[in-house]
Design a protein around this ligand. Structure first.
Ligand code: ADP
Ligand code: 5GP
Length: 203
């Protein structure tokens, strides 16, 4: 996989506030690009094709998936729908020097760790009861999908220890500041070459 800008992976159980936090951080930090995933899920009201997701048919998704290793960097089934991250889209932005942030589930994060060296961040809710309140409060889910997402949340929280960073989204402004600080700090991290030299002074 090509180097360039940072590859950041953000995971959180659905309803934790990941989208809300990310929107604010992206407003504050130029040069941070959101990777638009492909999905077979139906758009929610207000979701725009090619902005929130590339909404595709199952056959289109399968055709891209079959292009491995150049199709999807990772893909997974989440809550009964297929989701995947395009290799081409991520590498285009990174080659241009931008930092790319993937909003993907724990299965996808594990695949990206196998193929690249991402910075991984997990956002957790203060409690499962609060997560349930937020999911219902958002008003986008039916009773059945709230139950599905809460059940999945338990499994996802069990994987949070595999991530480099953990943010508990209790107070929104503090969670935004934490994510912003992580990105800023990672931008300052010294990159070492395999022989121990540092990238900047390797001349
Ligand atoms: P996700 O993208 O993780 O599924 P959203 O960003 O859609 O979650 O947030 C789910 C709901 O929770 C939204 O209605 C949002 O306004 C609300 N929310 C997000 N963060 C907080 C917070 N810290 N305190 C209270 N409500 C929050
Ligand atoms: P939603 O349907 O609520 O937008 O997303 C459901 C879940 O799918 C979230 O946990 C989100 O992070 C995850 N997701 C979104 N895009 C991708 C992707 O490209 N790959 C994987 N593995 N998960 C994704």
């Amino acid at each position: 996989m090509m180097a360039g800008g940072l590859l950041l992976v953000l995971s959180a159980p659905s309803g934790c506030g990941k989208t809300t936090i990310l929107k604010q951080v992206m407003r504050d930090l130029p040069g941070l690009i959101f990777s638009v995933s492909h999905t077979t899920r139906q758009p929610r009201p207000g979701e725009v094709d090619a902005v929130h997701y590339h909404f595709v048919e199952t056959a289109t998704f399968a055709a891209i998936r079959n292009l491995q290793p150049t199709g999807f960097l990772e893909w997974a089934e989440v809550h009964g729908n297929m989701y995947g991250t395009s290799v081409e889209e991520v590498e285009r932005h990174r080659a241009a020097g931008c930092d790319v942030i993937l909003d993907i589930d724990v299965q996808g994060a594990a695949q990206v760790r196998q193929r690249a060296e991402p910075v991984t961040i997990f956002i957790a809710p203060p409690s499962l009861a609060e997560l349930e309140r937020r999911l219902r409060g958002r008003g986008t889910e039916s009773e059945a999908t709230v139950a599905l997402r809460l059940n999945n949340a338990r499994k996802e929280l069990a994987c949070s220890g595999a991530y480099d960073y953990l943010i508990v989204n209790d107070q929104l402004d503090q969670a935004v500041e934490s994510l912003r600080s992580i990105v800023v700090a990672e931008r300052c991290r010294q990159r070492r070459l395999p022989d121990g030299r540092q990238a900047l002074w390797s001349v």
